[in-house]
Write a protein that binds this ligand. Structure first.
Ligand code: ZN
Length: 379
């Protein structure tokens, strides 16, 4: 075997590129991921033969013997922000405020730029610093009990476009979303708890208050959330086409075709109605709807009345049928202007009275555990 160079880079790509020189003699202890050597000009790459776990440190062994050469898929320690809860607290601290006009609506090019970055990241390519910087973003790492997560965020938080956390080693491809962390009190914290407790694969936190900007979203629907009944605002992450929140949602839904998005909301309970409304993003009556499964689990855990928007025998409201993430997951061809014609089972919308988001949060988490999805494809 030819001598190994002093330093080598570990490619995060899975089996990409030309194998200029295969060295099947490289092997490691049981469970190790075999690598091939690839030489491109002056750079020697170790190319894993299967996807590398995010944050893995590679100890190179040659003919079964460990060498003193160690490589990491990325320098996560240098990018470590803290725990996922720390990341969320940072996001809370810089969220664009109500009536501030501080939300910067992304251009079409920015939206497409983010779409491309998300596709690369979810394919295991973390060499995206340059395109992220052009979008005012960077990627960092969060660590919870030794498990690493990739964080896409705006370091200064000034554009209000949101923070996104990915756990590639999650046991289920649930995508927990808080589009209204400010207005729907406590749903941001609740989403962090759900992301961790459910061992979910992604966490989305909106970067702006839904009423940050006065401009209307052109998308369907009205709300009185920002005062009088009016169109949704352009700063409402759940009701705007082309937002970073929407683009990242679409990218994840496409890259992880079996993923399920779970969106947490809150409403002002009138004291007599159901304490939560679960929806699959449509208001169709459907005995097999995921929202009925969730309703049953929540009622069992909470001992309170929960309604499903997909059970015609119950009165329901707040069904999220104009929600642009839900419409995408339910295969609407026009998320802004057309309701989905049927539910895919890949979107769950939960409206909750305040007590469920706060005092009864643990019981809600136990109910949410009924939601299932296979692991994300790249572990
Ligand atoms: Zn909401």
């Amino acid at each position: 075997m030819r001598p190994l160079p002093e330093s080598m880079a570990v490619s995060p790509f899975h089996a990409v590129g030309v194998y200029a020189e295969g060295e099947p003699g490289l092997s490691g202890p049981d469970g190790a991921i075999a690598v091939n050597i690839e030489i491109e000009g002056d750079t020697t790459w170790l190319v894993p033969q299967e996807p590398m776990p995010f944050g893995a440190e590679v100890v190179l062994t040659v003919d079964g013997r460990a060498t003193d050469q160690r490589f990491a898929t990325a320098d996560l320690a240098a990018r470590r922000l803290g725990t996922t809860a720390d990341v969320a607290a940072d996001a809370d601290a810089v969220r664009v405020a109500r009536d501030s006009e501080g939300y910067a609506v992304p251009s079409m090019a920015e939206g497409e730029g983010m779409r491309e970055v998300v596709a690369r990241v979810l394919a295991g390519d973390w060499d995206v610093d340059a395109p992220l910087a052009e979008l005012g973003y960077r990627w960092d790492a969060a660590e919870d009990d030794g498990r690493w997560r990739l964080v896409l965020r705006e370091p200064a938080g000034t554009l209000g476009r949101g923070s996104f956390v990915f756990a590639f080693d999650a046991s289920r491809a649930l995508v927990v979303q808080a589009p209204h962390p400010e207005y729907d009190a406590s749903t941001g914290d609740q989403a962090v708890d759900a992301f961790l407790a459910l061992d979910a694969a992604a966490l989305f936190l909106a970067g702006s208050h839904r009423c940050a900007n006065a401009e209307s979203s052109p998308c369907d629907g009205t709300t009185s959330a920002c005062g009088t009944t009016e169109a949704f605002r352009i700063s409402d992450a759940a009701h705007a086409e082309g937002s970073v929140f929407q683009v990242v949602h679409e990218g994840v839904a496409d890259a992880w075709p079996a993923s399920v998005a779970v969106q947490l909301h809150g409403f002002g309970w009138d004291g007599t109605e159901p304490m939560a409304y679960a929806s699959d993003g449509t208001d169709d009556d459907d005995p097999s709807s995921v929202s009925r499964v969730l309703r049953d689990a929540l009622e069992a855990e909470l001992g309170v009345d929960v309604a499903s928007c997909n059970d015609a025998s119950e009165s329901s409201r707040l069904c999220g049928t104009t929600n642009t993430q839900g419409r995408y997951s339910n295969a609407s061809g026009d998320v802004c202007g057309s309701a989905a014609s049927a539910a895919s089972g890949r979107f769950v919308h939960l409206e909750q009275a305040r007590g469920l988001r706060e005092e009864s949060r643990e019981a809600v988490l136990r109910g949410l555990a009924v939601l299932d999805a296979p692991p994300p494809p790249l572990r």
